[in-house]
Ligand binder design. Structure first.
Ligand code: GLN
Length: 475
């Protein structure tokens, strides 16, 4: 299929024809790279398209398997939910349906979104389409691969990098929205103070449109503010989608820290410095500044994420959802269901999270982490009063080989991506080229509700620092 924004393709083509071509692509990506946990039968999709109304009718979208879809299996990459069929749609799915978009299937992911390589899925790993010996990143690995391999858009979720890092590892765009921009109603919780649903896309225009659609207000999520910045930003998105808006690079100030960038693998940091030089030659105003102790973000993030995970996952006891191993005693039944239902990484986090929040330990880890979280946020907000964006690598290494980043040693891959989640700020991965034939990306962090600005800069950089038509399968 021709590679141009799908929101343009759909206007020029028959909806069923577009949908069937997309479906062929998804079948291929599933067969070759294990990108889907559930790919719906074509007959069901066709029925839904027949009934669908809206200007994007014909677009069928891969959705990460931790986003609830009415009547469609939603496993969260876990054995414990291997036969869970939600009785309702997440708000983002309801929004997509209003535009005629139909769910194509549910994409593979690290169990409960815990991981960054997709090796923690009960349904087997996903393979990187640029090189099958390497991981696709995670936890939204299936969604990123589905876009990279001749797709256009997909939904992921991002608690500490799960949209941006697999986007970087697959040479596509990935946006983690401002905390509270997109409803989390129907997203299966892992770390609720950190996470957001967001889009992965090939073209900026599609990224903008999906962001616009899924960010409609929802009274079911009390963390969604009726903020005027949010309303204005969404109006700007529409202006961009309809008319296109060009920018003057010299009006943008971008901060970076060489010290922070240089924690990355030298091949990655060299590439990032090349991108900085390129932006400089385009006219952007860049400055190397002291960003404080952002590397502290990684332990802070893991303490908070594990504390929240241990409480969120307490609901899986074999009683209400999913796998149930029967026993006479409740605790024996719950223990057995959990022992069989959860994988090793999830168990590790539940146990550590429970320890961290245990009476007597709170001050040692959890409260300290909350204080540092505040300090990191304050530092970033201070920098963002003077600068429009902060630039970092998206990940410190190119995609590792299978097995190389398993378990706690692999947490280092999240060094840069956890920072915006701790502060609730929006952040975008933009493809930045290749290291040894493997994709890497830059991360731009903006101020609250500056997704419109991130999108404008991404659109400017399209065809300048990255080529949205490049696919691992060739054109
Ligand atoms: N890799 C991080 C973690 O495992 C982030 C995952 C995510 O964003 N869901 O917690």
């Amino acid at each position: 299929m021709e590679l141009k924004p799908i929101i343009e393709l759909i206007k020029e083509n028959d909806p069923i024809e577009i949908a069937s071509k997309l479906y062929e692509t998804y079948k291929d990506v599933d067969y070759k790279f294990n990108a889907f946990i559930t790919l719906r039968p074509w007959e069901d999709i066709g029925e839904d398209i027949k009934k669908a109304r809206g200007e994007l009718r014909g677009i069928i979208i891969p959705v990460k398997d931790n986003i609830s879809t009415k009547g469609i299996l939603t496993t969260c990459g876990s054995r414990i939910l291997k036969n869970y069929i939600p009785p309702y749609d997440a708000t983002v799915i309801r929004h997509l349906k209003k535009y005629g978009i139909v769910v194509a299937g549910k994409t593979n992911m690290d169990e409960f979104a815990m991981g960054n390589t997709n090796e923690n899925s009960f349904y087997g790993p996903v393979y990187n389409p640029w090189n099958k010996d390497h991981v696709p990143g995670g936890s939204s690995g299936g969604s990123a691969v589905a876009v990279a391999y001749n797709g256009f858009i997909a939904l992921g979720s991002d608690t500490g990098g799960s949209i941006r890092q697999p986007a970087a590892y697959n040479y596509v765009l990935g946006l983690k929205p401002t905390y509270g921009l997109v409803s989390r109603h129907g997203l299966i919780s892992y770390g609720e103070s950190l996470e957001q649903i967001g889009p992965i896309a090939r073209f900026t225009k599609d990224l903008a449109y999906i962001t616009y659609i899924i960010s409609e207000y929802d009274e079911n999520d009390i963390t969604m503010p009726e903020d005027h910045r949010r309303v204005k930003m969404r109006e700007n998105l529409i202006r961009f989608i309809e008319k296109g808006v060009s920018i003057e690079p010299k009006t943008y100030r971008i901060a970076y820290s060489s010290k922070f960038i240089d924690y990355a693998d030298p091949m990655v940091s060299t590439k990032i410095h090349n991108v900085i030089d390129k932006l400089d030659s385009e006219g952007f105003k860049l400055e190397d500044i002291d960003l404080g102790y952002l590397e502290m973000g990684l332990p802070v993030y893991y303490i908070i994420a594990m504390a929240e995970a241990s409480s969120n996952l307490a609901r899986y006891d074999g009683t209400n959802y999913g796998l149930r191993i029967k026993a006479i005693d409740y605790w024996i039944a719950a223990g057995r269901s959990r022992a069989d239902g959860f994988g090793a990484e999830v168990k590790r986090r539940i146990i550590l999270g429970s320890l961290i929040t245990m009476k007597g330990y709170e001050n040692k880890y959890y409260i300290k982490a909350l204080r540092l979280r505040r300090a990191i946020r304050d530092k970033l907000i201070q920098v963002l009063t003077k600068f429009d964006f902060i630039l970092t690598p998206t990940a410190p290494t190119p995609p590792p080989k299978f097995g190389e980043a398993l378990g706690p040693e692999g947490y280092i891959l999240d060094l840069y991506t956890v920072i915006p989640n701790l502060a609730g700020l929006p952040a975008l991965n933009i493809p930045a080229g290749f290291v040894n034939g493997l994709p890497i990306g830059i991360q731009l962090i903006g101020n609250y509700f500056s997704e419109d600005e991130l999108i404008l800069i991404s659109s400017y950089l399209e065809d300048k620092i990255y080529n949205p038509r490049m696919t691992p399968g060739g054109d």
